[in-house]
Design a protein around this ligand. Sequence first.
Ligand code: ATP
Ligand code: MG
Length: 557
Amino acid sequence: MERPKENFITEIIEKDLEQNIFSCKVHTRFPPEPNGYLHIGHAKSICLNFGLARTYDGLCNLRFDDTNPSKEEVEYVDSIKQDVRWLGFDWEDREFYASDYFEQLYQYALELIRRGKAYVCDLSPEEMRQFRGTLTEPGRESPFRERSVEENLDLFIRMRAGEFPDGSRTLRAKIDMASANFNMRDPVVYRILRATHHRTGDTWCIYPMYDFAHGLSDSIEGITHSVCTLEFENHRSLYDWFLKELEVFHPRQIEFARLNLSYTVMSKRKLLQLVQEKLVSGWEDPRMPTLSGLRRRGYTPEAIRAFCARIGVAKFNSLIDISVLENSLREDLNKRAPRRMAVLRPLKVVIENYPEDREEYLNAVNNPEDPDLGTRQVPFSRELYIEQDDFMEEPVKKFFRLAPGREVRLRYAYFITCREVIKNAAGEVVELRCVHDPETRGGDALDGRKVKATLHWVSARHALPAEIRIYDHLFTRENPSETEEGEDFTSLLNPDSLKVIEDCRVEPSLSGSKAGDIFQFERQGYFCLDLESVSDKLVFNRAVSLKDSWAKIKKNQ
Ligand code: ATP
Ligand code: MG
């Protein structure tokens, strides 16, 4: 499996190993908050954390950062576990929950109070804001800052016992209201909140804040390198402060740039909004950047891991073009996906010199990249379908496919020549009358003559009906997270992000496919059988086209 390339994080770790800082061990963790489904940004963090553990023969924990009961749900926990496993990583028996440490964290809070490093504050949230100061002005100290250790212990114990209403008091760290770093201006450590927690139920009515719970959870688990995203850089001094004041095991926090991907959004809050407002079909909508959406779309764990390895990790934020992700999928599927023939917009072709009662089976290669995948048999008969786009009654320059009087190859089958065009009352082409050359069976002419085009096709009588869903970027703007004043990011949704093509025809060998099976439909792209598929109507999602059509558009602009 891929290992993280050398980067600034591996450099730090190697230095720590050399200097024997953490007894020569590397222990990382992936710490999702179970308040949404995982997305491709999380994949970057998963590959990094589990990858570092593997590289240095260490361990990586899965820890649910479940300190915020009002937004968290068991559904999310289950989906997160499924996604991490699907990506190919194993946390073995190290499945942890910050909520499992609530009692211990509470004891740490008592210890902070005893050491004179925390106090119970009665300021309302609004007053606290007023006292906090600004970027240019220091904050003001709370009038409750100098309470005695005894009074603080008494009040905090009573906070836990449920004696005070929600939001009426907080426990705050006693650090420095004049600090240039806002996070150090006596941050809240505990708040009073009566909310049912998905694991601890109603046991607690006080909950620890993220900064307090996170570092101490790392410490409890013996994490050596706590890798997180850049927005926590400003929190590192607080992370370090708690560990230092409590004199407990002290992991090293290292920040890296989060993944941003063009034409999509990555914030769970925004993704949740898309789901709740039914702007997508759910977290698993194949247009979503969630791992479950990508999986349903036809993304493979291999492609996602290769993508994460390719983008690497850095210390500055950037926007990765979504084509980098799509190319990783193409590269993976090109090697592995079996080839099949499918006609998205069928045009009937009748081979006039082919007997009506005849059918034959022709050899088709399953994957030219992988001879081990062998061949299959595709049925051929008098009536076929080809792609509407593959015919032009009056061919323009450089159109080499089928036209009246012209000969082309049907892949794995015969050369055919178009003799006659049949139209309906509206003047649309509805059928082509053609003849085939029996001497070209298999797709090559014995006399060596060449044709300029090879078309895919299916036998009308044998083909299966299918619905094919074609996806495009979810948003029209390259960076939909950068909205103007008063602009709602949902107004940037691409109205053409999903096109459903109803009456497609696919070759019969696809009948036994299972949801999640992925194929290359020749000349069309890579397609994944959707979970909504039923036996009399197959449903396929286009995972990705064969080529990056956006690259061409951009180049021509
Ligand atoms: P969001 O801001 O979207 O709600 P989050 O950071 O709050 O995401 P968590 O569940 O807390 O989501 O994330 C778990 C881990 O995944 C964290 O260590 C976080 O830094 C990392 N992570 C989240 N988003 C990204 C991203 N876009 N790129 C890289 N890592 C990420
Ligand atoms: Mg978070």
